[in-house]
Design a protein around this ligand. Structure first.
Ligand code: PMP
Length: 369
C-alpha cells in the first residue's frame, strides 16, 4: 500500500521551537558492512544469549505486575561494575538507569533545563544533545571546537563565562571525533560552570583515560557522568543507559521520570548481560587493536585520521563527503556522514569488515573524492 502523505507538519499546531527541525536520522539500511552507529560488532555469545533468555523467562512470569520502579537490583549491579571499572567507590544511591543514555540525558534536561534555561555543547559532538534540548524546550548554545576539532578549553571557558549555561555537555571520548578531555581540563571546565555539567562517557570503556567519575566527590552538586551499555557492552538493542552522580541527582530525576520507565524485561536482560561483563569487555580490547590497524591503514592510503580513543574514527579529507559516503555505500559499506565538511566517520567493526573498509578506501583513494 502507498503510504498516505498526511496533512504535513505545517498543518499541525506544533510547538514553535520544533518547527523546521529534523529528526535524529542515522540511516538504517541493510548492507553487508554496517559501520555507521558505533555499536560493538561482536554479537553476544551463545552463553550470554541463553542467560538473557532464562532471565527474561523468569521475569515474564511476573509480567502482570509493574516492574521495580527504582530498578534497585540493576542499579546495584551497575554501581558494582562502575566501581570496578573506574576504581571509584560508587554506591547504588549514586546510580540511576533508564532506556539508553538518551533517556538519561533527556531526564537530566527535564530536571535541569527547560523553558528559560540553556544547555551548551562543544560541536561537532553527539547530535542528540541539541535534539534533546529542543524537545525539552531548553535553549541550545553550540560552541565551536578548535580547528583540529579537539575542545578548545580557553574558548570553552570564555563561552561558559559569557553565556552562563544551566547545563554543560562534555563528551569524552567525543563522538564523532574520538578526542578525550584531560582530567585537568575537565576540572577547569567544571569549576567555571555555573550550573550542572553532564560528562557523556558513552565510549569510556574504549579509552585508557581516567573516568570523570574520579571527580564526583569533588563536585557533588555539579557533576553527572552518563554511561551506556549500548557500545562496549554490545547491548544497543537492550536500551540501557545510566548515570553516576551525587544521590541528590537521583532524587532530581525521580521528579521527572515516567513511573515504571524501565520494563521488567529490560531490567532482567541488562542484569544478565552485566553478569558477562568480563567476556563482553574482552571484545573491547580487540576493537582497540583494530582501531589502531584501521587508523594505520587509512593513514598509509594518505587519509588524515583524528586521534580516537573510541570505537570509531573520523577521517578525510574529501572534496565531497556526501558523494564519497554514497560511493562507500554503493560498495556495500555503510559509514556515517555526520555533516562535517570533508570528513566521514567509520565505526570499527569485525576484522573482515575493517578489511573491506580499507579495501574500498584504497579503491577510492585513487579517484576524485
Ligand atoms: N552519547 C553519545 C556520545 C553517543 O554517541 C550515543 C549513541 N550514539 C549516546 C549517548 C546514546 O546512546 P544510547 O541511548 O544507546 O545509550
Amino acid at each position: 500500500a502507498t503510504p498516505r502523505p498526511g496533512v504535513g507538519l505545517d498543518a499541525l499546531p506544533l510547538r514553535e521551537n520544533l518547527r523546521g527541525k529534523s529528526a535524529y536520522g542515522a540511516p538504517q539500511l541493510e548492507v553487508p558492512v554496517q559501520l555507521n552507529t558505533n555499536e560493538n560488532p561482536h554479537p553476544p555469545s551463545a552463553a550470554l544469549v541463553a542467560d538473557i533468555a532464562a532471565a527474561v523467562a523468569e521475569a515474564a512470569a511476573d509480567l502482570n505486575r509493574y516492574p521495580d520502579r527504582d530498578a534497585v537490583e540493576l542499579r546495584t549491579d551497575l554501581a558494582a561494575y562502575l566501581t570496578r571499572q573506574t576504581g571509584v567507590e560508587v554506591d547504588v544511591d549514586m546510580v540511576w538507569a533508564a532506556n539508553g543514555s538518551n533517556e538519561i540525558l533527556q531526564q537530566l534536561l527535564q530536571a535541569f533545563g527547560g523553558p528559560g534555561r540553556s544547555a551548551m555543547g562543544f560541536v561537532p559532538s553527539y547530535s542528540m544533545h541539541p535534539i534533546l534540548a529542543a524537545g525539552t524546550d531548553t535553549e541550545w548554545i553550540p560552541v565551536d571546537r578548535g580547528a583540529d576539532l579537539a575542545i578548545d578549553v580557553e574558548a570553552a571557558l570564555a563561552a561558559i563565562a559569557e553565556h552562563r549555561p544551566d547545563v554543560v555537555f562534555l563528551t569524552t571520548p567525543n563522538n564523532p571525533t574520538g578526542h578525550v578531555i584531560e582530567l585537568d581540563d575537565l576540572r577547569r571546565l567544571i569549576d567555571s560552570a555555573p550550573g550542572i555539567v553532564v560528562v557523556d562517557e558513552a565510549y569510556a570503556e574504549f579509552s585508557p583515560s581516567p573516568s570523570a567519575c574520579t571527580l564526583l566527590a569533588d563536585y557533588p552538586a555539579k557533576l553527572v557522568v552518563s554511561r551506556t551499555m549500548s557500545k562496549a557492552f554490545a547491548f544497543a538493542g537492550g536500551r540501557l543507559g545510566y548515570f553516576a552522580a551525587d544521590p541528590s541527582f537521583v532524587e532530581a530525576v525521580l521528579l521527572v521520570r515516567l513511573p515504571y520507565h524501565l520494563s521488567v524485561i529490560a531490567q532482567a536482560a541488562a542484569g544478565a548481560a552485566l553478569r558477562h561483563t568480563e567476556e563482553t569487555l574482552a571484545s573491547v580490547a580487540l576493537l582497540a587493536e583494530e582501531r589502531k590497524r584501521v587508523t594505520a591503514g587509512l593513514e598509509a592510503l594518505g587519509y588524515e585520521v583524528l586521534p580516537s580513543e573510541a570505537n570509531f574514527v573520523l577521517y578525510g579529507p574529501f572534496v565531497d563527503a556526501p558523494g564519497t559516503w554514497q560511493r562507500y555505500l554503493d560498495a556495500g559499506v555503510l559509514i556515517r556522514d555526520v555533516g562535517i565538511p570533508g570528513r566521514l566517520r567509520a565505526t570499527i567493526g569485525l576484522e573482515g569488515e575493517n578489511d573491506r573498509l580499507l579495501q574500498v578506501s584504497a579503491e577510492l583513494a585513487g579517484t576524485e573524492i
